[in-house]
Design a binder for this molecule. Structure first.
Ligand code: URC
Length: 318
């Protein structure tokens, strides 16, 4: 006996660009990649067709019985994404993701959940002749802004925001000592090391009742993104880090303190190692400890340190 235990389908890698022609003659642009995944109820809502009853809302029938009548084609989902982008603002991405999610759940009676993921790609306005250029942009880093919105019928909209691929390095001001030692330990303690990581962080908003409630907090989304980015960089730079674990915890605490509508903050930080190179074999060159200047950056393996910090004493308030 076989049973379908998981079913979602949709369109991934929908690439989307929108230009805003501003009243002052300047233009602003947004480029994003969207993923939409739909879920349907498996047991309820039967309709009658001819003399036959069949489960109208049963998305799984498209899998188990080749019944495509319940399938909102993935191409339709892509076209809908473009139409919604034309008819609505695409920024902040948390709002646009919620608009897409609510659309699918409210438009199709047999679709009960819609998962929307958005990656926003950077286009930063150029400075030309010392002035912001009206319509030219460049990519100043691979860092992306992320959003995941889940609209679930009867359960509101859950929104998670994030940042990914923000590559940072500090050449001193980081230590790692006092860690557990046993017969498997070779790593020496260090009071001064290079610290580098590619930041991935997510912050989960309190659950919104509906799209109308999402709309009431729109300005908070950009503000929280800027705050999380600033807190990440300032903590990384200013803190004399005793470990990645402690530094990332401090970042989470500050983001929770800054925005009361955020329930939880997660970080996932690879520890990108830079190894000292002993060059003493060459004419006694000193290149270790306090004399270290030339290092070998390591591609792998890397440490991977993760945490989630949740607001104590229950959920947050708007
Ligand atoms: O900040 C660190 N945390 C660790 O858990 C760890 N483990 C390790 O080898 N180096 C480091 N650095």
């Amino acid at each position: 006996m076989a049973e379908l235990s998981y079913a979602r389908y949709g369109k991934d890698n929908i690439r989307l660009y929108k230009v805003y022609r501003n009243a002052d003659g300047t233009q602003s642009v947004v480029e994003m990649t969207v993923c939409i995944l739909l879920e349907g109820d498996i047991e309820t809502s039967y309709v009658t067709s001819s003399n036959q009853s069949y489960p109208r809302s049963n998305i799984t029938f498209s899998y188990t019985k080749a019944d495509n009548s319940v399938v909102v084609a993935t191409d339709t989902q892509k076209q809908t994404c473009y139409i919604l982008a034309k008819q609505n603002p695409v920024t902040p991405p948390e709002l646009f993701a919620s608009i897409i999610g609510e659309h699918f759940v409210s438009t199709y009676s047999h679709i009960h959940a819609c998962h929307v993921n958005i990656i926003v790609h950077k286009w930063t306005r150029m400075t030309v002749d010392g002035k912001p250029h009206p319509h030219s942009f460049f990519r100043d880093g691979e860092e992306t802004r992320l959003v995941e919105a889940v609209a679930r019928e009867g359960h509101g909209i859950q929104v998670k925001s994030g940042i990914k691929d923000l590559l940072v390095l500090k050449s001193t001001g980081s230590a790692f000592y006092g860690f557990h030692r046993d017969e498997y330990t070779q790593l020496p303690e260090t009071w001064d090391r290079i610290l580098s990581t590619s930041v991935e962080a997510h912050w989960q908003w309190k659950t919104f009742a509906d799209l109308a409630e999402v709309k009431t907090v729109v300005p908070k989304f950009d503000a929280a993104f800027e705050a999380a980015r600033t807190i990440t960089m300032e903590t990384f730079a200013k803190e004399k880090s005793p470990s990645v674990q402690n530094t990332m915890y401090l970042m989470c605490e500050q983001i929770l303190a800054k925005e009361s509508s955020i329930d939880a903050v997660s970080y996932s930080l690879p520890n990108k190692h830079y190894f000292e190179i002993d060059l003493s074999w060459h004419k006694g060159l000193k290149n270790t400890g306090k004399d270290a200047e030339v290092y070998a950056p390591q591609s792998n393996p890397n440490g991977l340190i993760q945490c989630t910090v949740t607001r104590k004493g229950g959920k947050s308030k708007l």
